[in-house]
Design a protein around this ligand. Structure first.
Ligand code: GTP
Ligand code: MG
Length: 198
């Protein structure tokens, strides 16, 4: 799939404000600072469309990008950012869960995990949602540039094992926004999901 156009549409702070839409939607979720916004920029071929930051907690809204005038990419706030209050963290997690569970137009979720770390508590809070298999999920291992060839294999194996231990068998993609790696594979997954969307 090729990206011909990509524009920011809207940022909303709660599920109640989500735009009504009939176009298929692809969401990027994962822990704070894992590289969601950077990956969206890589996928869209735009350096600064989605705001990124060296400090966690940059994305505070559900940010919608209209792509090829045909579908939305949604950049979500990070999960589990330790510096925000527990109440805020819980509220965000609830918003994200509710979005993943009830958004009718959602046709694909990219769940991002730092390739150096594997699954953490904040990931676990969402994994049970994926078990019912309603929306396809692809796991992306981010910041792969930080790993050597051997470590890359080990990281993939570790995450695969950790997911299997939770009863999940999900496709894995190794990505690096820094080295522009993983883009084609991610676009292929998007292409397939958009084509299959009602
Ligand atoms: P929140 O919006 O806070 O949840 O973070 P995010 O998941 O959107 O992460 P973001 O894209 O803002 O990136 C966080 C930090 O990781 C930034 O300092 C990025 O430069 C860095 N980063 C993102 N992707 C990569 C990557 O592929 N490799 C390396 N080495 N660093 C990366
Ligand atoms: Mg972000």
């Amino acid at each position: 799939m090729e990206i011909n156009s990509a524009d920011f549409v809207i940022g909303v702070a709660s599920p109640a404000q989500l735009p009504t839409s009939t176009q298929p939607e692809v969401a990027f979720v994962g822990r704070s600072n894992v590289g969601k916004s950077s990956l969206i920029n890589l996928v869209l071929g735009r350096r600064r469309l989605a705001r990124t930051s060296g400090s966690p907690g940059k994305t505070r809204e559900f940010n919608f990008y209209l792509v090829n005038e045909a579908f939305h990419l949604v950049d979500l706030p990070g999960l589990g950012y330790a510096r925000v209050s527990r109440a805020d963290r819980t509220r965000w997690a609830r918003h994200i869960r509710s979005y993943l569970q009830s958004r009718q137009t959602l046709c694909l979720v990219f769940h991002l995990i730092d390739s150096r770390h594997s699954l953490m508590e904040a990931d676990d809070e969402l994994l049970d949602l994926y078990r019912n298999g309603e929306v396809p999920v692809v796991v992306v291992l981010t910041k792969a540039d930080k790993l050597s060839g051997n470590e890359r294999k080990k990281a993939q194996q570790r995450v695969k094992t950790d997911l299997l231990a939770r009863g999940l068998e999900l496709p894995l993609v190794l990505a690096s926004s820094l080295r522009k790696e993983g883009r084609d594979e991610i676009l292929d997954w998007i292409g397939v999901s958009i084509a299959g969307a009602p």
